[in-house]
Each structure stands twice: as C-alpha cells, then as structure tokens.
Design a protein around this ligand. Structure first.
Ligand SMILES: [Zn+2]
Length: 417
C-alpha cells in the first residue's frame, strides 16, 4: 500500500492508528488550487476582462498555474553528469516506517544503476524504522549491497505517553545500534505533529525532558542525530498573494503551519536550541541547511554556538542558489561542516516532490549547483519551480571543498574515514 507523506507523518504521531490531521489549511488551499487551476474561476488580474480563447492575447488574464515563462538568457550551460568525487548522500528516504512496520519505495537493484552512473557511493536511508522494521531495512539494502547503503533508526513516538518511555527509548537506541543503525533520524513530527495523545492534546515540545535520555544515548553510542525541525518560513505565513511558496502550499496544503495551535518558526528553533545546549556531547546533523536556509546569518550563529552540529543541503539548493554569494561565503567558512544530501525519495512516491525525486536529473542539478558557475537554472526537474518561482545560480566550489562536501565530512561523521 502506498501512502503519501502527510498520511505517513500523521500516522506516526497517531502511533499507526491511521488517523489524519484535521485540516482547515487543506480546505483553504483546496480553494486556492481551484482558483488557480485555470478551471473557470482563475484568479483574474483584471476580473472585468472577457473570457479569451487560448492562446490569450497580451494583457488578458492568465492563471498563475499556467504561467511557465522560458528564460531567453543566452548564458553558459554546463551539464555535470557525474560528481567530481564519490558522493555520500546523507539524506535519503528509501522507505517509510509506521510503528515497527516498514514499506520500501525501491529495491537496491533499481537504485544502484543511478548511483553508479552519478558517482554516488553510499546512500544513507534515514527512515529505516525501529525494532523489526529496522532489521528489515538493514537486511534489504545493506544486505544486498554492503557499503552502498547505511541505515538510521527512528524514535517510537507512539510510546511517548507510556510510563517509562524515556528510559525505554534510550535502551531501544542501544538495541538499534547493535542491530546496525548508524544514527537516529528525527522528523518534523517532533514539534509539529506529535501530540500528547497521538493526534490530540497539546503538541509535544522539542526540548521535552522525556527525550533527554535518548539524545544522551546517541552521544554515548556515537550515533549522530539527523534532525528536521520546523520548515520554510513561508509555511508559517498565510497562503496568500504575498506567500513566496504559494504554488507549493497549494499542492501540499497540509504543509502549512500558519493557523491552529502551531508554534512559530522562531519558537520551534528556540526549543531546538535549548535541547542542543543540554546535549553538547551528542552530534546533530541539522537537516535542510540548519532548518533555516532562508537565513544563513542565523544558521552561522548556531554553527558557531553549537560546535556539535553540522548541516546538510538537502532539498534547499533552491534557497542556497538564489543567494549564491552569501551561500558561497557560508560554504567556504563552514566547509568542514556542510554535508551533501538530496532528501531523495524514489518514484513514484518521489514524483510528488520534484525537488527530491530520485533520478539522474536530480543529482545532475545538485552537481551543477555545486560545481559550475552557471546562472539562472532550474533547481528541480519540474515545469514549474516546485518550491517557489525563482531559479538558481551555481556556487562553483573548488575541488578541495567539493571533496569535503560530497564525501569527507559525512565519512568522518559516520566513522567511515
Ligand atoms: Zn527528509
């Protein structure tokens, strides 16, 4: 059975009960999508204009969803078919877990030809599950192709309200390590979905003390924690004409955290930082460019403040690439603490998120962004830029930095060096 990410996140919080979130934002964005779909009630730039045949004469209303301008720039294009150095993709999803169950999105035989072609030596499957599911993930991928796949485990959120959870979870991390887990993955479930009674009650805070033994166990056992906290800033603002991720939130209305009882982006990051401060001996991979790719000044401050943290670039080259000079300075300065990751999800699931669909073209775009100085190109293989309507510029990193970002930084963190 195939489930989408919203259902999956909701089920995680519900402990596998399969409950979906109540979603006012869904209804709101559904109406946005209806308005912008071109199906009759398009958002009219000039509502009084008469209906026009296609193609529309200049000056007539054009539904936003139909607007797909093609760049007329004549600038250099460099296809980068293979990474300059072997790659460790620190951030992939080869399956989804629910309780101790896992379902896989692809087989090693399907993944390896793309990996070989693109010079990806190792994929780190972050959503490897727990217990029996974790064992199955490790067997399925690492068993088939040793060295090409590594697996992270996940917390058992559905047990959070049970007595003794804190110690049980810490012990479970130790069992996961013995089973072969290479780290712990924490999804944005924590802070945005997980509630005291699964999907009801108050949201469980990121710095809730019940998780302290778990973070400590990871530090003691040398397991890095890959943590996704909060989301793009635009997900916390109204879905209106000012929202720079209007299309994306129209496609995924459940990604909006604007209303209901959600904390603000700043509050989530503050709770995260209080937790980081309490666990200086645990190493954190702060995913998606430190959970705040729009604000590299903030991310820099946090990297300075928490030496036990590194970041990945997964699903955020759209952000980095539209601020190429700031991003280049950032990567220069933190060249030993930036990891390559894509957030890859194999198709057909991945087709819903073009900025992270596992295929040749995805890796080629990442490589072009890191290696070339090309200007104004698409950050995802999609007709409409899926995260926001802009294009990106390459960083043109030198070989010494490329090798660290592609491989060495992750190898050191994972104990592979
Ligand atoms: Zn991810």
């Amino acid at each position: 059975m195939s489930i989408n990410r919203r259902q999956w996140l909701a089920r995680l919080a519900a402990g596998g009960a399969g409950l979906l979130l109540p979603s006012r934002s869904f209804a709101r964005a559904e109406s946005i999508r209806a308005r912008s779909s071109g199906g009759g009630a398009a958002p009219a730039l000039r509502p009084e204009a008469p209906p026009s045949p296609s193609p529309r004469p200049a000056g007539c209303p054009l539904p936003l969803a139909d607007f797909q301008p093609r760049s007329m720039l004549h600038v250099a294009e460099h296809k980068v078919l293979r990474a300059r150095f072997p790659v460790i993709d620190i951030h992939t999803h080869l399956g989804w877990s629910k309780g101790e169950e896992v379902s896989f999105l692809a087989t090693p035989a399907e993944l390896l030809p793309v990996m070989d072609g693109k010079n990806v030596r190792t994929m780190v499957n972050l959503t490897g599950g727990s217990g029996a599911g974790l064992a199955q993930s490790i067997r399925t991928f690492e068993g088939a192709a040793p060295g090409r796949f590594l697996t992270f485990t996940e917390p058992s959120w559905h047990r959070v309200a049970q007595p003794g959870y804190a110690q049980w979870q810490a012990d479970e991390i130790e069992r996961a390590k013995r089973a072969g887990a290479r780290g712990l993955k924490v999804l944005k479930t924590l802070g945005l979905f997980l509630r005291e009674n699964g999907t009801t009650g108050s949201l469980v805070k990121i710095d809730d003390p019940r998780f302290d033994p778990m973070w400590d166990a990871c530090g003691r056992l040398g397991l890095p924690v890959a943590i996704h906290v909060s989301d793009p800033e635009a997900f916390f603002t109204p879905i209106d004409r000012f929202n720079e991720r209007y299309d994306e939130l129209g496609n995924h209305p459940d990604w909006s955290f604007y209303d209901r009882d959600f904390p603000s982006n700043a509050e989530l990051l503050e709770a995260r930082n209080r937790m980081f401060a309490r666990h200086p001996n645990t190493r954190f991979i702060v995913l998606h460019v430190g959970n705040n790719a729009e604000n590299l000044g903030f991310v820099s401050e946090n990297l300075d403040r928490f030496p036990n943290t590194v970041v990945d670039i997964a699903a955020r080259i759209g952000e980095l690439g539209r601020q190429p000079r700031t991003a280049r300075r950032f990567v220069d300065k933190y060249q030993d603490r930036v990891l390559f990751g894509t957030d890859a999800v194999p198709p057909p699931d991945g087709d819903k998120y073009p900025q992270q669909v596992f295929k040749d073209e995805l890796y080629e775009i990442y490589y072009r962004f890191l290696e070339s100085e090309d200007e104004y190109f698409d950050y995802a293989p999609a007709a409409v830029p899926p995260q926001g309507r802009w294009r990106i510029y390459g960083l043109g990193l030198p070989e010494t930095i490329l090798e660290k970002v592609y491989h060495d930084n992750a190898a050191r963190l994972l104990g592979l060096a």
